[in-house]
Structure formats: C-alpha cells, structure tokens
Design a protein around this ligand. Sequence first.
Ligand SMILES: *Cc1c(COP(=O)(O)O)cnc(C)c1O
Length: 412
Amino acid sequence: MKAVAGKIPFEIEEIRKDFPILKREVNGHPLVYMDNAATSQTPQQVIDAIVDYYSNYNSNIHRGVHTLSQEATDKYEAARKKVQDHFNAAHSYEIIFTSGTTHGINLVASGFASLLKEGDEILVSALEHHSNIVPWQMLTAKTGSILKVIPMNQDGELVMEDFYRLLSNKTRIVFINHVSNALGTVNPIEEIIKAAHEKGAAVLVDGAQAAPHIKADVQALDVDFYVASAHKMCGPTGVGVLYGKEEWLKKLPPYQGGGEMIATVTFEKTTYADLPHKFEAGTPNICGGIAFGAALDYMNSIGFDNIAAYEKQLLDYGTEKLLEIPGVRIYGISRKKTAVISFNIEGIHPYDIGTIIDKLGIAVRTGHHCAQPIMDYYGIPGTVRASFSFYNTTEEIDKFIEAVKRAKTMLS
Ligand SMILES: *Cc1c(COP(=O)(O)O)cnc(C)c1O
C-alpha cells in the first residue's frame, strides 16, 4: 500500500501499525474507517497508557498521602500541562478537564446565566452542532437574552457581512465552531474574535472538529474559551478540555458543587477552591485525562503540519473521485475545509448508501450529523459523510468510491 501520489509527509504504513483496530474485518472485508469526525481511532500508545493506569497506579487524586495517589495526581497534573502546552495556554490552571465538548459548552453557558440580563444578545452561527445551540437556547430562556444567528451560504460558509450587521454593543458572547462537523468548513475565527472583542463581547470557540486537524494557539487567537473532546483526537471518550482565560474563569460561578471544588465547607457557608479545581467537582476521569495527554503526545509526534498536508491530499483525491460519479452533490465546498466530504446522490436516501457500503466494510456516517439547521438550509434530510484522518489512505478512498458506485447501481 502506498500513500497519496506526490509527496509523502510521513510513513503511512508505520502509522497504521499503531492502530490495532485497523487490522479488523467488517462483514468479511478489511475495515475502512471513515467516520473520524464522529470519533477517531485509538493508537496502541494511548491504549498502553490506559492499561498502565489500571494495572499500576489506579487511585484517587489530590487527597491521598499514599504513593499510588501521589503517582496518579502527578500523572494527571502532567497531562493538564500537556494540554496547556498543546493549546499554548498561559497557565495550567486555565485548563479545565471536562467530560467533553458538550460539558465544556454547558459549563460556560450555565455560568453566563449569572452575567446576562434581559435584552442582552448572544450570537451563534448557522453551522453549529446541536451541542453549541441547545445550551444557549436554555440560557436565553433563563435570562431573557436574545439568540441571533449568523447565516450561511450555499458553499457552506458563514455570511460575514451579516455577522458584522448582527454584532453590536448589545452582544455579550459569540459562540462559533472552529470547524463545522457536518461540512468541514473552517470558520474565520480570528476575524470573528477580533471584531467581537472590539464590541466588548466574549467568544467561545467549539474546537471539537478542529482539534484533530489544526493546532489552535489560544493566546495568539486571543480567544476567551476554547473547548474540545479527546475522543476526536486519538484519545478516549468521556474526557475533554475547556480552556478559559483566567479573568473569565474567575468571573464565572462554579458549574457543579461537590468534592474537589471547595476550599472550606460548613453548613452556613462554603468557599470555593482556586482554579482549575473550582470547575472540577467530584472524582474526575483520571485515566481519561492521562490518556488524553498520551494522545496529544502521539499526535504531536506525527506533527500537525504533516497531518494537515496529508489530509489535504486525501480530501482533494476523494473529492475529485467522488465528483466523477454522476448525480453526486457535495455539500460544503469552502476553499478552507478539513478532510470531510458530506454528499448525496440524486434520488437516493443517504441512509441506504451508508447501509450498503457498511456491508463492504466501509464506515461512514449518515444523517443530520447533529446539525439539523444546516440540513434544513439545504432542504435535505441528511447526507452521507466520509471524514478522513491521517491514518486513511488513497487505496481506502478507492474502495469507498467503488462501494458508493455499487450502492448507486443497486439503489437506482
Ligand atoms: C463532536 C462535536 C461536538 C460534541 O462533542 P462531544 O464529544 O459529543 O461532547 C460538538 N461540536 C462539534 C463541532 C463536534 O464535532
């Protein structure tokens, strides 16, 4: 198996050996995994970190004097430092471990309930995942604030003139994803953050879909909040990160009450722990946090520039091949996009394509991808979404294209 024709930024065969799951068969065919935008696969290095934790030092953190507890605490805090370095946060206490992107967004949205008043405005984009829509709707219901939506265009990009029209001195916070999970569009977050700050509004960037492909520098971006999930970047499920600027994290009230997040407790009054513990009530996903650190080590050892260059080749190759099939329409054709191809074939339901190609070992996602407003905009029930990672190959894309052609023949 060879990598994409032209330059090979890294040894794809060696990389694939790191992922045990890529050796398995599905329905009698070698697995072709192209559902990376939903969750990524796990390299042996991360699996080893999980096994090591439970085999050697499984223990609760931060409160034990015994050796195991100290080892677990050290490793967990070292992982926090890895996340800090990865996103270039100024302080490790600006890194809050969460259960994932959804948790991070809810934490911030719920905190803003105490900062917003009636008539304040919240800007959200038409390209959002449901987890970056629903928490804000809940917030408007609580505070009487108003949700405004930055519209999208046929290419799957935000209409920036409308963003500037909607942004005002009443805007308190802007919620935007860095990359759309349904279409792969990379949004101009640098420009949005700058303009929002000029109006005194905060910005939360949902980085769930960007983090596997683009290394965000939160200080260079000057973003107020950035959230991501480990499971989309070679780590385990149930753990993620909320980066928040110190000033904001100090302003927001705690999200949950419990152990770990307090300084002192009496029945009359409780004082809260310092950052980051103020936002980390209860026993966290200790193993998950440590494995997240291992996943970042793994991805950084390959290099995000290499990953981006290679995935761009896969995206271009897959797009070209797919468009050779008559009746295919690709949704989301921004010039700036990650390796996601969302498409339909005229007259065929996306679900039927997904079902048939699964019989050939190919894993793609079908449906609305938790982004119903985007599907409504295009007037479709959903799409077939193939999303590539740095461990996919052009040979796999060829198999995927053959399978789609077969499905088309069977269904038309
Ligand atoms: C996956 C995803 C989410 C939700 O992430 P969870 O890990 O399910 O919390 C939110 N936004 C975007 C853009 C996503 O891709």
